[in-house]
Design a binder for this molecule. Structure first.
Ligand SMILES: NC(=O)c1ccc[n+]([C@@H]2O[C@H](COP(=O)([O-])OP(=O)(O)OC[C@H]3O[C@@H](n4cnc5c(N)ncnc54)[C@H](OP(=O)(O)O)[C@@H]3O)[C@@H](O)[C@H]2O)c1
Length: 354
């Protein structure tokens, strides 16, 4: 091992089940509690000094609402969750987020399996909801974002994926973008030329990246429709110019969303619907906006499987509904490349995150 401080242990499970305290023998994501002791390191683990947590938007929104927007209460809630669970997994939303940090130690069992060395800057591409985390201190929250500045340590398991932070993109910006890397990369896989695409939450972090990819692929004969709740967010979507139409509607009001989509497109439903909101109860708007045999991609962590499955059945929609797997091949590169391709997106995101 390259860093001598933690005691070395053997026989760590590649998926991290050796760190699961409850229920024993399970995997870390669904676990209730993880062992987050950083005094020892299993020889197939990576130890990381964490500088920033990027809390998942659905989780952050829920914590912020519960705390009445009070920063000290938000910090206390984060500390309480990590203290209890050994990981930053919001018990209400079940979701996590990801971290940015510097590699502190590389277990010797990872030799030949990773090119990382101590000091390398990385962002985790696996969820905080399965990542052993110990927070020493919370310095503060970055205003207008879900980023939390911390002094903390985290463990990445052998199966855990990560991205090295590129030198041409500011660290905090890369972290913010990589958090939602699955969404634009899946959009690029789902959308075909000339299709109608509806993006719910098109002014948010992931929504905007999806709108960019969708408009690139749908092309001039395609129609990209962005839906947002507030006038400010709608104006923002219009300003970016990736959507052919912008609808102001509440995504929890399915009938209104359906009617407004038909009005905007001249009677067409969407071949692909991408749900990027951070609140619950938007399944039916997504389903009603989708054409028969179309696809809904539920990137939102606030999605209910039951509501989506029974809701689609209830309105007789034969559609494909995809669970928002945060990973798809080359998702990190696809998403970082958007910042290289689009100066307007880069400028806007730099203002917020960098
Ligand atoms: N599947 C995965 O692996 C994965 C990974 C990361 C994140 N996520 C999830 O993806 C979702 C989006 O994340 P994000 O970071 O892009 O979030 P975000 O930046 O907060 O964007 C969410 C957008 O939805 C809008 N919105 C909220 N309520 C709405 C409503 N009633 N009607 C219409 N629009 C509404 C928000 O508008 P306002 O700002 O005006 O409220 C915002 O523009 C979240 O649920 C997050 O948890 C999933």
């Amino acid at each position: 091992m390259t860093n001598a401080s933690p005691e070395l242990r053997k026989d760590g499970n590649p998926f991290g089940s050796h760190r699961v305290l409850e229920p024993k023998g399970g995997l870390p994501q669904p676990a209730l509690r993880l062992d987050n002791c950083m005094d020892y390191l299993y020889d197939n683990e990576l130890l990381v000094d964490v500088d920033t947590l990027n809390i998942d938007s659905a989780s952050f929104t829920q914590i912020k609402a519960e705390a009445g927007g009070d920063e000290e209460k938000i910090k206390a809630k984060i500390l309480a969750i990590v203290g209890e669970r050994g990981k930053m997994q919001n018990p209400v939303t079940g979701s996590g987020g990801m971290f940015f940090g510097h590699v502190a130690a590389v277990g010797p069992g990872l030799k030949g399996k990773t090119d990382l060395k101590p000091g390398d800057k990385i962002a985790s591409l696996v969820s905080l909801s399965l990542t052993p985390l110990k927070i020493e201190k919370i310095f503060g929250l970055k205003k207008g974002t879900e980023q939390v500045s911390v002094q903390a340590k985290a463990i990445l398991f052998e199966s855990g994926i990560y991205a090295k932070i590129p030198t041409d993109i500011p660290e905090k910006l890369a972290l913010a973008i990589l958090d939602v890397a699955g969404a634009p990369a899946q959009t690029a896989k789902l959308v075909r030329p000339n299709q109608v695409v509806a993006i719910i939450g098109a002014g948010g972090k992931s929504g905007l990246l999806c709108a960019y990819e969708a408009s690139k692929i749908a092309g001039v004969a395609g129609i990209v429709v962005g839906l947002e709740y507030s006038k400010e967010a709608c104006d923002k979507v219009k300003e970016f110019g990736f959507c052919d139409h912008v609808i102001q509607a509440n995504a929890t009001d399915a009938l209104d969303c359906h009617a407004k989509l038909l009005a905007a497109t001249g009677g067409k439903l969407a071949d692909v619907v991408i749900n990027c909101v951070n609140i619950p109860n938007t399944e039916m708007a997504s389903i009603l906006m989708c054409a028969h045999e179309g696809t809904v991609y539920f990137f939102s962590m606030a999605t209910s499987f039951t509501k989506a499955a029974l809701g689609a059945e209830g309105v007789g929609k034969d559609i494909v509904m995809l669970v928002g797997n945060g990973y798809t091949r080359h998702h990190a590169e696809t998403t970082l490349n958007i910042l290289r391709e689009s100066p307007v997106i880069r400028k806007a995101y730099e203002k917020l995150y960098a």
